[in-house]
Write a protein that binds this ligand. Sequence first.
Ligand SMILES: [Fe+2]
Length: 379
Amino acid sequence: MEYRIQDLIDIGLFQELLDRLNDAFCLTTAIVDNESNVITASGWQDVCMKFHRANKDSEFICKKSDRYITEHLQEADPFVIYKCLHGLVDAATPIIVEGKHLANFFIGQAFLEKPDIDFFKKQAEKYGYDEEKFLEAVSKVPVISEEELQNRLGFIRSMTEILAKMGHERLKQIELLNELQKKNRELSNSVEQSIYALSKASEIRDRYTAGHQKRVRQLACAIASDMGLAPETINNISLGALVHDIGKIYIPSDILNKPGQITDLEYELIKEHPKHGYDIVKDINLPWQIPVMIYQHHERLDGSGYPEGIKGDGIIIESRILSVAEVVEAMSSHRPYRPNLGIDAALNEIRAGRGTKFDSEVVDACVGLFTEKGFAFTE
Ligand SMILES: [Fe+2]
């Protein structure tokens, strides 16, 4: 896993924290990555920013000190303390997470003993600084002991590494989550592939059923989407609709394709197809709604449907949508045993059953699709 310090720590928040530390303890800090980019900077002294680094000649000396520290940080254990050629003390420690050296933490711009004012007067003269302002800036640099400097550095180092480790854990969790989502996508692809394979099987045997299932899927998904159902529900409806009549492979094809009236016995056989369909798909690793909607697609709200005569709330929304789409498609297309009855007859059929056999909201959405929204079968 490749990561930078910025990937582990929220730099904006960390900068805020370091600013607070500077307000409370006069702690000048900076994080510089391995490419010398300054990631955070807090409380840098005017003597450095407004004088030493603001003048080309004196800045050269600053950079020399920076290089010294960076070079010695490679083997620093646990830190480097260095008095720069301008007389200020800097200290730095590497930030190491899971054995990776990510950046360096600098603190400093302090004196370890009371500054020698003559030394700084000479500096002002050498680089042409305004002496009064320069000495005022020098007077603001804190004087701390070496032990204090080490303590501060140790504290900052621990805090940074703890935060970075927490960030690292979070990154690992995100990676795991991504992996899990990828596996889920693969699984749902294989679920869809099983459904397509089943639909292909029914297509080979019975082209009427195959075309019917595809058109029912188109209408059922349009109804579900018009009703504002969740994308997962629409996807389940799409898959379930595509194989809702798969149980018909148990019915002899001369009964299915018989022109004219079928006998009562033949009708009883046909009425078994939702059960057969359910049995075929129930052991596939599918969302539970898919086998249930296959089982229930001929059920009616008033209990007049088959195979169970389930009523009202026992019929899930996916099945309610599928049953309306099923009736409309079946009536409006050609069948071996009767001619096409037309879409108007189909819509009248579901209007007649609105609120009794069929769910009112589903009927309204379906009628609206045909009469107001220009829906047409394209399969
Ligand atoms: Fe059916």
